[in-house]
Design a binder for this molecule. Structure first.
Ligand code: GLU
Length: 429
């Protein structure tokens, strides 16, 4: 694992395949070249504006003290306050957080909400920690990064292995520090403390709106479509549940860190979720066949949902992907080597920062409700989300057709152009 000291600010450490920051920069460079951006703009946008590392001593239940490392990276606030989640993960690195912060900038730009891009991370294994230890760590993290945060500066949210309860603790800690009820400092909160209706399933719901549009374009009947889901956390489990509820789509396989399961007749997404909550994994679900996570990615299904971590569709397995549409609910699941292979094979990839932008879009609605002390209904939230996602999908699809490029490249062209315009208008470059 790269430590902060080993890594450099300007260039990522280690080989590109293993480093999401290198991937993010390579993707950006391609768009910058096509947009013919001026050299200073490229230099400015291909790395974060601001970043901090913090050390977090936490008193553990057994009486010992563990010192955790965390990061907050602010890639861009050109279009508005920074926005992006906080991950708690054992393999977190500063380069991963940098990549994720960059992708947040393009994500808020592609759906055209007035926010920038940031990300946070703490190196820890939440699965091995008690609730009390997680509360201490959440509060310690916020105390250390608080001076960078604020409803008008930078607004965190949940991400991999962080929950609405943790957002409530973090919000509370921040409010204690400022002495104000700044509920809008963080999103993804529980409803009772300033959360928004619809935030829980927003990432998957937003992704489904883009898949619905793609299915229309390609004449795919979703009610008879099959799908496989890699990762059964928030995005993956809601993708399966909503697929059934909204479109009658059949989930035949899912996987998580423990492995995969398959059932040709279709799995019951809610029952699989209960099994995971009870046993810790989808593996061993009654009546399903065991598969590896790799095999789940390579099944002959209509829709494939990479919904876990980075770099799972690579130059190594891209030839074996058989899905017609890949809906990237995760951030960074496809490597730059895989993209041209999928494109040439006619597989329609809905790229991560477009596909999974529903989460941050409803986070933005949560901020607006917090600012105005208002509460919207779930119908209102979902209606607005549908409008944003549908508009963004078609803006990207039109660009991809106009320039004959894949959807990821088209999404970059739309997003980078918007951010560069803001940078110029503000007179920075
Ligand atoms: N963590 C989510 C993402 O990667 C949501 C971020 C947010 O709501 O700010 O998009």
């Amino acid at each position: 694992m790269a430590t902060y000291e080993e890594s450099t600010l300007r260039e990522p450490l280690g080989p590109r395949e293993a480093n999401p920051y290198a991937t993010a920069q390579e993707q950006f460079d391609r768009a910058a070249e096509m947009l013919d951006l001026e050299p200073a703009m490229r230099e400015f946008l291909r790395q974060p504006q601001r970043e901090v590392r913090v050390m977090l001593p936490v008193h553990m239940d057994n009486g010992s003290v563990t010192v955790f490392s965390g990061f907050r990276v602010q890639h861009s606030d050109a279009r508005g306050p920074g926005k992006g989640g906080i991950r708690f993960h054992p393999q977190e690195t500063v380069d991963t957080v940098r990549a994720l912060a960059m992708w947040m900038t393009w994500k808020t730009a592609v759906v055209d909400i007035p926010l920038g891009g940031s990300k946070g991370g703490v190196i820890c294994n939440p699965k091995a920690m008690s609730q009390r230890e997680l509360e201490s760590l959440s509060r310690a993290y916020i105390r250390e990064v608080a001076r960078l945060l604020g409803p008008d500066q930078d607004v965190p949210a949940p991400d991999v292995y962080t929950t609405p309860q943790m957002m409530a603790w973090m919000m509370d800690e921040y409010c204690k520090l400022t002495g104000r009820l700044d509920f809008g400092v963080i999103t993804g909160k529980p409803l009772a403390v300033g959360g928004s209706q619809g935030r829980g399933d927003a990432t998957a719901r937003g992704a489904w709106y883009t898949v619905r549009e793609a299915a229309r374009e390609w004449g795919m009947d979703l009610s008879s479509a099959t799908m496989a889901v890699q990762g059964y956390g928030n995005a993956g489990s809601y993708a399966a549940l909503l697929g059934q509820e909204l479109f009658g789509c059949k989930t035949v396989a899912v996987s998580d860190t423990g492995g995969g399961i398959y059932c040709e007749k279709g799995l019951d997404p809610a029952a699989v979720l209960r099994h995971k909550q009870e046993t810790g994994s989808v593996v061993g679900f009654p009546g399903a066949e065991a598969l590896t996570s790799q095999e789940v990615l390579e099944l002959p299904v209509d829709l494939l949902w990479p919904a876990a971590l980075e770099n799972v569709i690579t130059g190594e397995n891209a030839e074996r992907i058989q899905a017609k549409i890949v809906a990237e609910a995760a951030n960074g699941p496809t490597s730059p080597e895989a993209d041209p292979v999928l494109y040439e094979r006619g597989i329609h990839v809905i790229p991560d920062f477009l596909c999974n932008a529903g989460g941050v879009t409803v986070s933005y609605y949560e901020m607006v409700q917090n600012y105005s002390r208002d509460q919207w209904t779930a119908n209102e939230v979902n209606r607005r989300l549908d409008g944003k996602m549908t508009e963004a999908y078609h803006a990207v699809l039109d660009r991809s057709r106009a320039h004959d490029v894949d959807m990821r490249c088209a999404a970059y062209l739309v997003a980078v152009e918007r951010v560069a315009t803001a940078v110029r208008l503000r007179g920075w470059i």
